[in-house]
Design a protein around this ligand. Structure first.
Ligand code: IMP
Length: 177
């Protein structure tokens, strides 16, 4: 059992499982985006490890840029999405691959997709490390899913609980007491 602030967690997805799945997704992207000079759009903060590991395994010419978004408080999603750092380069005509840590209600991704599509990219796909299908409120298109998980709070590998727990190389799941 691992304690983070007032909650208890246990290991759920190991570092080895994450790395193996990230390599598989990167391989698919290498094939699909060969010759397309894609722009990876990483969603901060929670995705920073996923972004880095995908990027290390992508071996085609590409760029990376970041959006910083905040919608979570404590252990639940809120409807108030704050854009803390916006797009700082043009994505018009580019093949954009959005990299998310987790899709929960779908609200954040829906907001991001609307922001991105307004700028007329050539194409947009979404890769998320984690997806909670049973938590969906707004259905959003997702093209690459690392792991489908149950509707329970998780952290680690960049994901946090009120800022803590990001520095675990495996994904941990909350244990009910
Ligand atoms: P959504 O807008 O409800 O889909 O939530 C997406 C965002 O909420 C993600 O990018 C995460 O930052 C955060 N989030 C959702 N579920 C979890 C979780 O189980 N643990 C930590 N953060 C989460």
């Amino acid at each position: 059992m691992i304690q983070v602030l007032d909650l208890k967690f246990k290991e759920y997805i190991t570092a080895e499982q994450i790395q193996a799945r990230v390599r598989e997704i990167a391989e698919e992207l290498n094939t699909k985006y060969s010759g397309k000079n894609p722009l990876f759009l990483g969603i901060l903060n929670g995705s920073f490890m996923f972004i880095a590991d995908i990027f290390k395994n992508v071996n085609i010419p590409c760029e990376v840029s970041f959006l910083k978004i905040n919608s979570y408080q404590d252990t639940s999603s809120t409807e108030k999405i704050k854009e803390l750092i916006g797009l700082n380069q043009s994505i018009e005509g580019r093949h954009v691959i959005i990299l998310e840590d987790i899709v929960d209600t779908g609200r954040t991704l829906d907001y991001i997709l609307r922001t991105v599509l307004a700028q007329k990219p050539a194409s947009v796909e979404v890769a998320t490390l984690l997806y909670k299908p049973s938590a969906t409120i707004i259905p959003v298109p997702i093209h690459y899913v690392g792991f489908e998980i149950e509707n329970q709070f998780v952290l680690g590998y960049g994901l946090d609980y009120n800022g803590y727990g990001r520095n675990s190389n495996s994904i941990l799941i909350k244990v009910d007491e």
